[in-house]
Write a new protein. Structure first.
Length: 231
């Protein structure tokens, strides 16, 4: 449980009344994405305030009028789901920058320019986001923001999520050091051993990871690898 000094304020105005709870900003993303096993851990204190800085508690009467309940868990969840979290300018900037990098990385890994079939560099994606005026929510899960970002930047750069299938052929002696990395970067759809001892696999990877995938294969085999895009 976060201390009251380190907690941030989640605030909601409803029916002319102010309601606030003190929350741990570090746990908010988990709450919004997966939920929390112990919901109360999110709060510095199980109290709904009218003004948290002054320590003024919200009355049961005002909570019942606004929420038809004075139960802390019910009211606090409503505030989190419908209100907003107050952060210092510096803290919000730091959280937004961190989440922006996550969104850019996810798009760069999975998207390509459909006109050329090649990945977009992260810098190009980030520049398009700025030009489109994209606003990243520091607490909303990254996965739930990617689709909206793609819609926003598509008029600026040609982009789409795609996967490619790559046939990979390596010598048997390289198989052991490669297999884990190949499986981590994509899905092995087919595989077989050739009579000459070589391993051949059909691997499906996010289109934006092609360069990283080829770099890994060449680095670990010292160039002794054959690849081919399979349509």
């Amino acid at each position: 449980m976060v201390s009251m000094e380190e907690a941030v304020i989640a605030r909601l105005e409803r029916f002319g009344e102010h309601f606030e709870v003190l929350v741990d900003h570090a746990l908010l993303e988990k709450y919004y994405s997966d939920g929390l096993e112990d919901f109360v851990d999110l709060f510095a204190i199980d109290t709904v305030f009218k003004d948290a800085k002054k320590g003024d508690k919200a009355s049961e009467e005002s909570m019942r009028k606004a929420f038809e309940s004075a139960d802390f868990a019910f009211v606090a969840r409503f505030i989190l789901d419908h209100g907003h979290v107050q952060l210092t300018t510096e803290k919000r900037r730091d959280l937004v920058e961190k989440k922006t990098k996550m969104v850019v990385s996810e798009i760069a890994r999975n998207a390509v320019n459909p006109q050329t079939g090649t990945p977009h560099p992260p810098a190009r994606i980030e520049a398009a986001m700025k030009e489109a005026g994209v606003h990243i929510d520091p607490f909303k899960p990254m996965e739930k923001q990617v689709a909206a970002v793609l819609d926003a930047i598509r008029p600026i750069i040609p982009i789409r999520f795609d996967k490619v299938k790559v046939a990979v052929k390596v010598a048997g002696v390289d198989y052991g050091r490669l297999y884990g990395d190949i499986a981590a970067m994509g899905s092995i759809l087919k595989e077989e051993w050739l009579p000459n001892g070589c391993w051949v696999g059909l691997v499906e990877i996010p289109a934006g990871m092609q360069n990283d995938f080829y770099d890994m294969l060449n680095r670990k085999t010292k160039g002794a690898v054959e690849t081919e895009i399979v349509k």
